[in-house]
Design a protein around this ligand. Structure first.
Ligand SMILES: C[S@@+](CC[C@H](N)C(=O)[O-])C[C@H]1O[C@@H](n2cnc3c(N)ncnc32)[C@H](O)[C@@H]1O
Length: 412
């Protein structure tokens, strides 16, 4: 049964290294205790927690030291026909109010995006102006007469130019929504997709159906309560319970793990990715959602190095774009999103799935969940292979467009 092994026993070979701490002091903070416990129980390694390295850009703070040069301002004025050229040298950012209203800005950006051939220029113009001002979209409608500052006008001009070159909107605004969470995104990580929410649904459905005795397993007789890491202790009177652990293999922005943990408060998580840039973004999201104590982020190669029988669920959205599909991708995806997050290995498209499934078979407890996102072309092949990889009776779940999207099974 899932989680019946109260504590993780055997250690495994290395291969996964907890990411180096950016902030040595945070190691001593009590908030990191759960993370250390997860590291020790899952990897058999004393975890060095990841720091709170919050990308400066993600905080939205703009340096007061940057200043508008008159030359740059003249360029803004050329690009925005509605801005009159300044007569004098401009003061610092934030003091100068450009004579452009919200309504004019939306119209200008919309026209520019339409000229670039985008399919929804008006909606995207509104999104850009709203993000640029830090407003809700409804407020744009209520205050079309509000004026943009010089800083905002300049940023909007840059965003409109980049969007016209087909850079994804989410990379410009640095925000994307996933399963009701607003996440930080950036060039190093895939933008979370709505169809991946299905993986979260499958996990929550499965986790919700587990009997309480499995969700909060008592320690086997003979185990001393103080041998259990505090993060895994429950408040059951008869004994000690263990928090179940999920692994998000190829975590990217951390979207899957964070959404699952937000909705499954008893669970702990481990997010693994080989990309450092992606992990930095995942760290920022973990911090923004206050889940530092429940999600450990690790740089590693799929599930290599996880202890045998140490986790309860493995979720993954590995790369699944086939080489012959690459040219059919929109430029937003093929030009800007990380290739390593999208494209299957040449000549062996099933390789990530095979490696994840074999790693999951080793690291999952009996009856643990393996859920994989994939493409409609690969889904039947993966479902056919899963029994040979140790997961009998796989299920295929279709997304809201009717395409086969998630394959899941429980470990034998
Ligand atoms: C399709 S993206 C999924 C990102 C995120 N989980 C999501 O659903 O939005 C695949 C992720 O797997 C990571 N990845 C690719 N190969 C990997 C490997 N060998 N080990 C660990 N992560 C890997 C990529 O860096 C990328 O972040």
């Amino acid at each position: 049964m899932v989680g019946t092994k109260a504590c993780v026993a055997a250690s495994a070979a290395g291969g996964v290294q907890p990411q180096a701490s950016a902030n040595a002091r945070s190691f001593a903070q009590p908030a990191r205790r759960n993370e250390r416990d997860t590291a020790e129980s899952v990897f058999g390694l004393p975890n060095r927690p990841t720091g709170d390295a919050f990308p400066a850009e993600a905080s939205g703070v703009v340096s007061r030291s940057s200043s508008v040069t008159a030359a740059r301002q003249r360029r803004i004025c050329t690009d925005f026909p509605c801005i009159q050229p300044p007569r004098t040298r401009l003061p610092k950012w934030g003091y100068y109010t450009a004579p452009m209203t919200v309504g004019e800005a939306i119209a200008w950006v919309g026209a520019r995006l339409q000229a670039a051939g985008l399919s929804e220029p008006q909606r995207e113009a509104q999104a850009l102006v709203a993000a640029c001002l830090g407003w809700e979209r409804a407020r744009l409608v209520a205050h079309p007469e509000a004026r943009l500052s010089a800083l905002q006008a300049h940023r909007l001009e840059r965003w409109a130019r980049r969007r016209a070159q087909r850079e994804p909107l989410a990379y410009l605004t640095r925000r994307a929504w996933f399963y009701g969470l607003e996440l930080i995104v950036g060039r190093g990580a895939l933008i979370p997709r709505p169809e991946t929410e299905l993986l979260v649904e499958v996990f929550l459905g499965w986790a919700g159906s587990l009997p309480p005795s499995v969700r909060f397993p008592l320690l086997r007789e003979g185990n001393r309560p103080d041998s259990v890491p505090p993060a895994r202790r429950g408040n059951l009177k008869e004994g000690v319970s263990c928090s179940p652990i999920l692994v998000d293999a190829g975590t990217g922005t951390g979207a899957i793990a964070l959404a699952c943990l937000m909705h499954a408060p008893r669970w702990l998580g481990v997010g693994i990715d080989r990309s450092r840039r992606a992990l930095r973004i995942a760290q920022a999201n973990r911090h923004a959602l206050g889940l530092q104590a429940r999600l450990m982020l690790v740089q590693g190669d799929w599930l290599r190095g996880l202890r045998t029988g140490s986790v309860d669920a493995v979720l993954s959205n590995p790369p699944y774009v086939l080489p012959d599909e690459w040219d059919t991708l929109p430029p937003e995806v093929s030009r800007y999103e990380p290739r390593g997050a999208l494209l299957v290995p040449a000549g062996d498209p099933l390789r990530p799935y095979r490696r994840i499934a074999r790693g999951a078979h080793r690291s999952l407890r009996p009856s643990g969940l393996l859920a994989l996102e994939t493409s409609p072309r690969l889904a039947p092949i993966i479902a056919e292979q899963l029994p040979a990889w140790g997961f009998p009776s796989p299920h295929i779940v279709r997304d809201y467009a009717g395409a086969m999207r998630v394959v899941w099974a429980v470990r034998a």
